[in-house]
Design a protein around this ligand. Structure first.
Ligand code: PMP
Ligand code: GLN
Length: 383
């Protein structure tokens, strides 16, 4: 393994899912639903396969039906208008969108500011692109993790090329507010920065939180690469269909990288995701309400088990503090948890450069069936 990647090893998700399997534990580690997405969308995939749509290389930017559906979705939900031919790109999941965007937009030595804790592929992709990551740490404040805007401003230097934003935020469950996003947008415009914004949990926001795409703020549409995912929005993480919307020049750049990573993304699933994006609002409402009930169920169980539970405003993750349990090392805690309680979780420290800042935090996924969450809560309470 070369020097750029040496520090990354095996992703925590693979390690912890393997541990769940080998110990027969309930896997609340890796974030994937244990119930597949809508039946009619699966049927659409079967039909596409059977009718021979997408069984050979689809067009590089994605099939026109899906690009149009993505553009319609951005218009319908957010009033953002994108040309399906020049401003939309289909990728192999959001993971490839992140990689292709960073590989296309960074020069070696460019600094990328990312919110810490950050989704693990950000660090690896910045490294593969020869960039330097500059983490800005979200800190606990009144029950959730918040961004310090002064710290963000202070992190910008003459070498900063790009802000890598994620809202709703994995793993903290924070949803950036309108005021925070407006400040990020102002900073980007003032310092002429590009913004890559990972909005894969756009449909999972709860209570009074609202998902506001960064691209909707003044001066942002032309400098922002927005990323979405069918894995997250429709519970098909195995299909690996994601997308990018942005201005033509940026989409062309990302596509230039994408064409040499995967060339194209899986054909038949693209047709099915086009139908998923056109589902009525009732699908998205039911999806959100189902996850909200699951959040509340797991949060109550974790609280009863003695964890400090941070408020999840978005995503399907709950971040906890293990110090009330008399523990302080999330790594050690997560490695022991399968034996101790038959449950797998993720130590948030893996998402930090400042590992000590993340040490006592542990993430649990609640995108699981009710009975699974109830059993996990029971085991944790008995621990
Ligand atoms: N970004 C974030 C914040 C995620 O949590 C995930 C999925 N775990 C991804 C990107 C990757 O999405 P996909 O499965 O579509 O590649
Ligand atoms: N995004 C998911 C999570 O945060 C997992 C994705 C993966 O395994 N790479 O748990």
């Amino acid at each position: 393994l070369n020097r750029r990647l040496a520090e990354f090893g095996t992703t925590i998700f693979a390690e912890m899912s393997a541990l769940a399997l080998s110990t027969g534990s309930i896997n609340l580690g890796q974030g994937f639903p244990d119930t597949d997405g809508p039946e009619e969308v699966r049927e659409a995939a079967v039909r596409a396969l059977r009718d021979g749509r997408g069984n050979q290389y689809p067009p590089g930017p994605g099939v026109p039906e899906l690009r149009t559906a993505i553009a319609v979705h951005q218009q319908r939900r957010y009033g953002l208008s994108y040309d399906p031919d020049t401003e939309v790109l289909v990728t192999a999941g959001a993971t490839e969108a992140i990689a292709a965007a960073l590989l296309a937009l960074l020069e070696p030595g460019d600094e990328v500011i990312a919110l810490e804790p950050y989704y693990d592929s950000y660090a690896a992709c910045i490294a593969m692109a020869g960039g330097t990551r500059v983490p800005v740490t979200l800190r606990p404040h009144e029950g959730s993790f918040r961004l310090d805007l002064d710290e963000l401003r202070a992190a910008v230097t003459d070498r900063t090329r790009l802000l890598l934003i994620n809202t709703p935020h994995n793993p903290t469950g924070t949803v950036l507010t309108r005021a925070e996003l407006a400040a990020i947008a102002e900073l980007a415009v003032e310092r002429d920065l590009l913004v890559v914004t990972d909005e894969v949990y756009e449909h999972l926001v709860f209570d009074d939180a609202e998902h506001l795409p960064l691209a909707t703020f003044p001066g942002m549409r032309e400098r922002t690469v927005t990323i979405g995912s069918a894995g997250k929005s429709f519970s098909f993480t195995g299909w690996k269909v994601g997308w990018v919307t942005s201005a033509p020049g940026l989409v062309t750049a990302v596509r230039s990288a994408k064409q040499f990573l995967t060339y194209v993304s899986s054909g038949p699933f693209q047709y099915a995701v086009a139908e998923a994006l056109a589902l009525p609002d009732s699908y998205f409402t039911a999806f959100r309400e189902d996850m909200l009930a699951k959040r509340d169920l797991l949060a109550a169980g974790l609280t009863e088990a003695g964890f400090e539970v941070f408020r999840t405003a978005g995503t399907y993750f709950i971040t906890t503090d293990i110090r009330p349990l008399g523990e302080s090392d999330g790594f050690a805690f997560c490695r022991a948890l399968p034996e101790r309680a038959g449950v797998v979780a993720i130590p948030n420290a893996v998402f930090y450069d400042h590992r000590e800042a993340g040490a006592p935090f542990v993430r649990f996924a609640f995108c699981k069936r009710t009975e699974v969450l109830e059993e996990a809560a029971k085991r944790l309470r008995a621990m």
